[in-house]
Design a protein around this ligand. Structure first.
Ligand SMILES: C[S@@+](CC[C@H](N)C(=O)[O-])C[C@H]1O[C@@H](n2cnc3c(N)ncnc32)[C@H](O)[C@@H]1O
Ligand code: SF4
Ligand code: SF4
Length: 368
């Protein structure tokens, strides 16, 4: 499978839940984005928009500094209210975005989460949320279902409590994530619902040895698929920043794991990550630059809760804002000359292997 499985599921769900007119627009948007990239213009909007609803989080995972930024940012800025989110969502729809991702921090801490999801669905965009699972209860899972969410991704960084809890720096985090998957499954069955349950795993030196077990665990819990991405040394506010593999034998053993993942993927497609992306893990762990062109800023756009805009999730992580849309609004910002210049400048960037970006880049691989 060349395409990431979750994108196929998106397209399938798009056919099921959106109007025929919206579905008809998909191919035009796909080629519009590609034409925009080639011509350096904003012909069609990003195929995926991301809203980071908060920097706040109940956890402090070892690879993530987002919650460390929360207090400082909150003290200096006013975050969007619900009406302002509605306006941003309207603008994403107006520029031709097909899918929205909800992230954070921990997005389930946001009080207006369900209204935001509902409004995205009202605008006929697909919506996926990534969460650590802590706040999933039978009631919140039911609310998520009723909001019309299409995909819920639970982050799981180990197949054992010991590994996951060490990475997530919390003794209950594994149990909570496992419970969340089970609850989502029950709510789905009870309502005969069609939302997908995805497991999202970041692989580094502390957990790659559990990757195969993670696939088995995800299956046994009734998830629809599992996706992997390499852990990035990308959090500017963390000091202990070293996830690199210790030696040659670690590297060799990780390569074997990657080969096994590719084999499993080819056998039953439960792994949602594309084979093309999995193959790139080897160059990532050898500290090589991304081997394919990046279309960030054309295919993707990230907006945080204070109106800061980033071309990709990696720029959001690295605090490399492209500007603020509070005054101007998203649509005007997207069409601005300033953004045209910025987009052109980062065409040469090969700094990261972030999953959502590389997988969207791969959608255009036959042409660029
Ligand atoms: C920033 S979190 C926000 C959503 C939610 N709090 C969670 O953990 O799922 C989004 C995703 O980024 C991943 N992530 C965080 N730091 C990372 C890093 N340094 N490298 C790669 N992935 C990372 C998390 O594991 C999670 O799957
Ligand atoms: S990865 Fe998610 S759960 Fe962990 S600290 Fe960052 S935002 Fe919180
Ligand atoms: S390579 Fe990574 S950091 Fe660079 S623009 Fe693309 S997604 Fe962003």
């Amino acid at each position: 499978m060349i395409i990431r499985k979750s994108y196929l599921s998106y397209i399938f769900q798009g056919f099921k839940h959106n109007s025929f007119t919206t579905v008809l627009k998909y191919p035009f948007r796909y080629f519009g984005t590609f034409a925009g990239y080639k011509l350096g213009e904003s012909i069609s909007g990003p195929i995926q928009g991301t809203l980071c609803l908060t920097y706040n989080c109940n956890l402090h995972c070892e690879m993530c500094d987002l919650p460390l930024r929360h207090k400082n940012l909150e003290a200096k800025n006013e975050s969007f209210n619900l009406d302002q989110y509605y306006k941003i969502i309207d603008d994403f729809a107006a520029i031709g975005t097909s899918g929205m991702a909800i992230s954070g921090g921990e997005p389930m801490l946001h009080k207006d989460l369900y209204q935001i999801i509902k409004y995205i669905r009202k605008n006929e965009m697909m919506v996926q949320m990534t969460t650590n699972g802590w706040f999933i209860t039978p009631d919140t899972a039911q609310e998520l279902y009723q909001s019309g969410i299409n995909v819920i991704s639970i982050s799981l960084d180990g197949a054992t409590a010991q590994t996951h809890n060490k990475i997530r720096k919390n003794e209950q985090s594994f149990q909570k994530a496992i419970e969340a998957i089970k609850i989502l499954n029950q709510v789905r069955t009870k309502n005969n619902a069609s939302f997908k349950i995805n497991i999202s795993s970041t692989l580094g030196k502390n957990n790659y040895s559990e990757a195969i077990e993670l696939v088995q665990l995800a299956k046994s819990l009734g998830a629809d698929y599992i996706g992997f991405m390499p852990v990035h040394e990308i959090a500017p506010d963390l000091d202990n920043h070293d996830y690199s593999l210790n030696n040659e034998s670690d590297l060799e053993s990780l390569f074997k794991t990657v080969d096994q993942l590719i084999k499993i993927k080819k056998e039953d497609d439960f792994i949602e990550t594309s084979v093309a992306y999995l193959k790139m893990f080897k160059s990532f762990y050898q500290n090589e630059k991304l081997p394919i062109p990046c279309l960030a800023g054309y295919t993707t756009l990230v907006v945080d809760c204070y109106g800061e805009v980033f071309p990709c999730f990696a720029f959001y992580e690295m605090k490399k804002s492209w500007g603020n849309i509070k005054e101007k609004g998203l649509k005007a910002f997207w069409d601005s000359y300033d953004l045209k210049i910025k987009r052109e400048k980062i065409k040469a960037c090969r700094e990261c292997y972030w999953n959502c970006q590389v997988e969207t880049n791969l959608l255009y691989r036959p042409f660029v």
